[in-house]
Every structure is written in structure tokens, then in C-alpha cells.
Design a protein around this ligand. Structure first.
Ligand SMILES: Nc1ncnc2c1ncn2[C@@H]1O[C@H](COP(=O)(O)OP(=O)(O)OP(=O)(O)O)[C@@H](O)[C@H]1O
Length: 258
């Protein structure tokens, strides 16, 4: 079920390096929010803090709060693994378990949670593959390895894997950057379907993609190399691309820098 995210005064550090400064923004449920901005401005860093994935990086830490429907995902006693189930992530390069069957890839998270009931696993597998718009292409080869699919199919398999555990939010870190244009459009179409059930945040380098798929766009920038990235502005996507408030946003989206 889609939930709302509220990020408040978020600062992120890699050891002594202050990577992201004072980010405050909200992501409404059933919407797609795109993070755009030049390389190194902290888009992926912010995204990773939205499901505590940065905690896997030695020395990385966040200060501030991230609320999921009002509940702080950083509160004491909250298990980061549980957070990553509720707030799933799809990465830049499709990363299915290559030798594992398509079926087992999809239900890997459920099996980790201890679900053993075959009928339940089969039902979730089909529903998730349908949800990721991959069912028709793979229904006759569910026992074949996930690594045998095309790049675009593998990315949809990863989306199926993420939605199989019934998340509230899907984070997507440049999910199309390793894909051809047709697979990219398939994922973009799929995102429009997915937002009916989930809240989506996507990092993209592709401004046309941000304009095509997102409801609101957040532009990040950094004053100079070595300085922390900051949120410059956030607005509904149409306004952002037609009438941004800040000149640096206009310069970026019109291709004058970055
Ligand atoms: N694992 C890490 N360890 C140390 N510094 C990191 C790490 N990951 C990112 N950084 C630094 O944090 C800053 C923000 O990086 P981040 O990857 O979030 O930017 P980005 O906007 O997503 O960039 P890109 O568009 O190139 O992917 C950069 O200065 C980067 O070098």
C-alpha cells in the first residue's frame, strides 16, 4: 500500500565527508518523484538513506529524519532489514541471482521471511511477475535461470522481486541506464502502473525521462566539488520544466551546465 515519505533536515556523511546537506522534502503516496542533478550532487546518496541502504557502506551515516506515514524509519528498535522490505530498491544494473530460477528469484524475499507454502509462493510469483509486466514472457520457463533473460527482462524481474514482498515504496536508482530504448519505455510504462499501488522515487540522469514519468521533480546541485550536495528546488514536474523558480535549475534543465 502506497505510503507518504517525509524527509526532514537530512544530512549524510561518508566518514568525515559531508555529502548531502539539509534536505527537506515530501513524497506523496501514489506518485513518482524524480531526483535530477549533476553527477556527485548526492541523488543516490539521498535515495539510499530512504531505506537505510547506506548503512551497508562502512563509515556512512545520516542525521535527520525520514518518516514513512509519520513513522521514523531511523527510530530506535527499527530493524533496517524490515525497512528495506517495506521500502524496496531497484538498482542501476539488473541484479537477479543469475543461476537461481526465475521463480526463485521472485520469491527469494518471501522465502527469507520463512514462507514455505508452495501454493502461496506460486500465487505471489505470478502476481508479482504480472505486476512487473513480465508474466507472459516467462510463464513457460519459470524454472530457467534468471541470468538467461535479456537486460530489460532482468530489470523487470528485479522489480517483480521487489514487489513480491508487498512494499509501500519503491526506490529506483537509474533503473533504465543499462537498458535499450525499448526496454526503457517498457519500464517507464510499468512505473505508471506501479504508482497505482506504490510510492515511487527515481534517480535519473535523463531529463526527458524525468519529464515523461514523474509527477514531481527535485533538483539537487552542489556549489563546488568537495562541497555537500543540496536540494535546490522541488516542484510538480510540469512547473519544474516550464517555469523553474531558480536560475540554476533553469540552466541545468536547459542544458547549459551539468
Ligand atoms: N561509498 C561512498 N564512499 C565515499 N563517498 C561517496 C560514496 N558514495 C558516494 N560518495 C560521494 O558522495 C557524493 C554524492 O555521491 P552520489 O553518488 O550520491 O551522487 P549522485 O548525484 O548520485 O551522482 P551520479 O549522478 O554521478 O550517480 C559524491 O561526492 C561521491 O563521491
Amino acid at each position: 500500500m502506497a505510503k507518504r515519505l517525509d524527509i526532514k533536515d537530512l544530512n549524510v556523511y561518508y566518514g568525515k565527508f559531508h555529502a548531502v546537506k539539509d534536505v527537506t522534502l515530501s513524497v506523496p503516496p501514489h506518485s513518482i518523484t524524480a531526483f535530477i542533478g549533476p553527477s556527485g550532487c548526492g541523488k543516490s546518496t539521498v535515495l539510499r538513506t530512504l531505506n537505510r541502504m547506506h548503512e551497508e557502506i562502512p563509515g556512512a551515516y545520516a542525521v535527520g529524519s525520514v518518516l514513512l506515514d509519520g513513522e521514523d524509519i531511523y527510530a530506535k528498535g527499527i530493524n533496517p532489514t524490515a525497512v528495506r522490505t517495506t521500502i524496496g530498491m531497484v538498482f542501476q544494473r539488473p541484479n537477479p541471482f543469475p543461476t537461481m530460477s526465475i521463480r526463485d528469484n521472485v520469491v527469494a524475499g518471501l522465502k527469507l521471511q520463512g514462507v514455505r507454502n508452495k501454493a502461496q509462493l506460486a500465487e505471489v510469483c505470478e502476481r508479482s511477475l504480472r505486476g512487473a509486466n513480465l508474466w507472459e514472457e516467462v510463464k513457460d520457463r519459470l524454472d530457467k535461470p534468471g541470468g538467461g533473460l535479456s537486460g530489460g527482462q532482468q530489470q523487470r524481474l528485479c522489480i517483480a522481486r521487489a514487489i513480491a514482498v508487498s512494499p509501500d515504496v519503491l526506490l529506483m536508482d537509474e533503473p533504465c541506464s543499462a537498458l535499450d530504448p525499448i526496454s526503457t519505455l517498457a519500464i517507464e510504462d510499468l512505473m505508471q502502473e506501479l504508482k497505482k499501488e506504490y510510492t515511487i522515487v527515481i534517480v535519473t540522469h535523463n531529463m526527458q525521462q524525468a519529464a515523461r514519468v514523474s509527477d514531481q521533480t527535485a533538483f539537487f546541485n552542489l556549489e563546488a566539488v568537495g562541497q555537500p550536495g543540496q536540494l535546490v528546488e522541488i516542484a510538480d514536474t510540469e512547473t519544474m520544466f516550464s517555469n523553474p523558480t531558480k536560475k540554476e535549475t533553469e540552466d541545468y534543465i536547459s542544458g547549459r551546465f551539468g
